[in-house]
Design a protein around this ligand. Structure first.
Ligand SMILES: C[S@@+](CC[C@H](N)C(=O)[O-])C[C@H]1O[C@@H](n2cnc3c(N)ncnc32)[C@H](O)[C@@H]1O
Length: 270
């Protein structure tokens, strides 16, 4: 059973990892980059839900797809210390190579695989749990929105009988339902809910974050099947869209939360 001391231990690990991750940065950059560790409580919310369904401290095989530099993978390692972990990402070129030192600082071991989520080089029904944390939104950039039904089918294919698939992204309920309704493999929908991350940034922090995120978004577009012809124009458009969202949020709620509401769906494969 999960206890409040389990949560306190994980909060302590997050704080320690965040201090390392943001060392030497300016105050604004510390706030922005520091958010990646734990995502304002979202990672703890999601992994504690998984722990209710998977038996913690049992030998589990867990795959985290679009793991980036491993901020969710490290939390999976803390929550399931005896699990065999695999992190999969399109590439582990910079900045994603930071995953190696991040996992090492977090004292979590994982195998890393470079591959496309659309075609996983993994056998079917292998994993007790497959997760994709804020990965689908990036897969839209690299492979297009229409790829999501196939990507989710591919993730479900690798889940064992009675195993779990958890998808976490800032999509609407309707968008998730649309993707799930087109799956041919059978599953039970165990949980579908949303979470508001603890993130209330000022305009100053928001402006700096928009600059950082717009650059990251452009980089993803350049790695995609359909890269922009004019980088400068693409960056200006992304920035404009993000700035308009920032202004809208500041006006309506008085702060900026770049990722909005997180939505989690948990499926159990039949
Ligand atoms: C922002 S990260 C998501 C956060 C990450 N899960 C974490 O815990 O820190 C999204 C990742 O998706 C990866 N990605 C994009 N398209 C992909 C694809 N088709 N297959 C696999 N990974 C992909 C990107 O390289 C990026 O690292």
């Amino acid at each position: 059973m999960r206890t409040s001391s389990d949560e306190e231990i994980i909060i302590h690990k997050e704080n320690k990892l965040r201090a390392w991750f943001t060392q030497g940065l300016s105050e604004k950059d510390r706030i922005i980059d520091g958010f990646d560790i734990g995502w304002g409580g979202t990672a703890r919310w999601a992994t504690s839900l998984l722990a209710e369904h998977l038996v913690p401290h049992k030998n589990l095989a867990i795959l985290d797809v679009a793991c980036g530099y491993g901020t969710f993978l490290v939390e999976l390692g803390w929550r399931f210390p005896l699990a065999e972990l695999i992190g999969l990402n399109l590439d582990f070129d910079p900045p994603h190579n930071n995953i190696v030192s991040l996992l090492s600082q977090g004292e979590v071991k994982a195998h890393l695989i470079s591959a496309d989520a659309l075609q996983l080089p993994l056998i079917s029904e292998k994993f007790d749990c497959v997760s994709c944390f804020l990965g689908l939104q990036d897969i839209i950039i690299t492979r297009g929105k229409e790829s999501l039904v196939d990507v989710v089918s591919e993730l479900l294919r690798t889940v064992s009988h009675q195993g779990f698939l958890t998808l976490l992204d800032n999509f609407s309920k309707q968008s998730f339902e649309n993707i799930l309704s087109q799956q041919s493999l059978e599953y039970d929908l165990v949980f579908h809910d949303s979470f508001k991350p603890n993130c209330q940034w000022s305009r100053e922090v928001g402006l700096k974050a928009v600059e950082m995120y717009a650059q990251g978004y452009l980089q993803q577009q350049l790695d995609s099947n359909n890269p922009p012809d004019d980088n400068h124009k693409a960056l200006t458009e992304i920035r404009k869209k993000m700035l308009s969202e920032l202004e809208n949020q500041l006006e309506t709620q008085g702060y900026y939360n770049p990722w909005g509401i997180m939505r989690l769906v948990l499926l159990q494969r039949l």
